[in-house]
Design a binder for this molecule. Structure first.
Ligand SMILES: N[C@@H](CCC(=O)N[C@@H](CS)C(=O)NCC(=O)O)C(=O)O
Length: 204
């Protein structure tokens, strides 16, 4: 298998962490989705990374699909296989992906020429991020993990989202969310997170 993606994409990082956690054999091919000669549009019509090329040549795309496929290859499952825990974990992934989408959208808005930027859109994305951080802290139990009293996909995706917010939208969310900050510090110390941190992303 070959995983195509950039070093900075948080969606790609989700997949790289899962590969590391499950010790799967998968080659990582660094590819820039934005480059004129990018190989990505030929793999994924949406032109986005990550894209996973399977051994039979078929290609999977969109990180939730790739994550679920890779997780199915080897136990223990990081995505609980059934019941309430499964739906709750998928909801954590939807929330984390939405936090990434909002952070990317805010960044792209701020990269437009100053006179074309929409302050309203920036605020709208920041509100989504703030509400999501609040939501997460409210649901944090006293355990070290979000689900099942063990490291699952829920912890993986939420840590990626919060570290990406620190990277692209640094602000003092820790001031009002000390418990969440403490939880993140624990997950962030895992080798899979340390080894996949993009250049320039310092650990808080
Ligand atoms: N929902 C997708 C989002 C992937 C995504 O937006 N990737 C970005 C990199 S961070 C990308 O490839 N953007 C190129 C583009 O939008 O043309 C997923 O989870 O895989």
């Amino acid at each position: 298998m070959k995983l195509y993606g950039s070093l900075t994409s948080p969606y790609v990082r989700k997949v790289r962490i899962l590969i590391r956690e499950k010790n799967l054999a998968c080659e990582f091919v660094v590819a820039d989705a934005w480059a004129a000669d990018s190989p990505i549009p030929a793999l994924n019509p949406l032109g986005k990374v990550p894209a996973l090329v399977l051994d039979n040549g078929d290609v999977l795309f969109d990180s939730p699909v790739i994550v679920e496929y890779l997780d199915s290859l080897k136990t223990p499952a990081l995505l609980p296989v059934s019941g309430v825990a499964r739906w709750e974990t998928l909801r954590w992934q939807a929330l984390a992906d939405g936090m990434l989408d909002a952070t990317v959208s805010r960044l792209l808005e701020l990269r437009r020429p100053a006179e074309q930027q929409s302050a309203e859109n920036v605020r709208r994305q920041e509100d989504k991020i703030a509400r999501s951080i609040e939501y997460t802290e409210q649901r944090l139990s006293r355990e070290s993990w979000l689900m099942e009293n063990r490291f699952t996909l829920a912890d993986l995706v939420m840590a990626v989202a919060l570290e990406y917010i620190d990277f692209r939208y640094p602000h003092n969310w820790r001031g009002r969310h000390a418990r969440l900050a403490q939880w993140l510090a624990g997950v962030s110390a895992r080798p899979s997170l340390i080894e996949t941190r993009p250049p320039g992303m310092e650990k808080k």
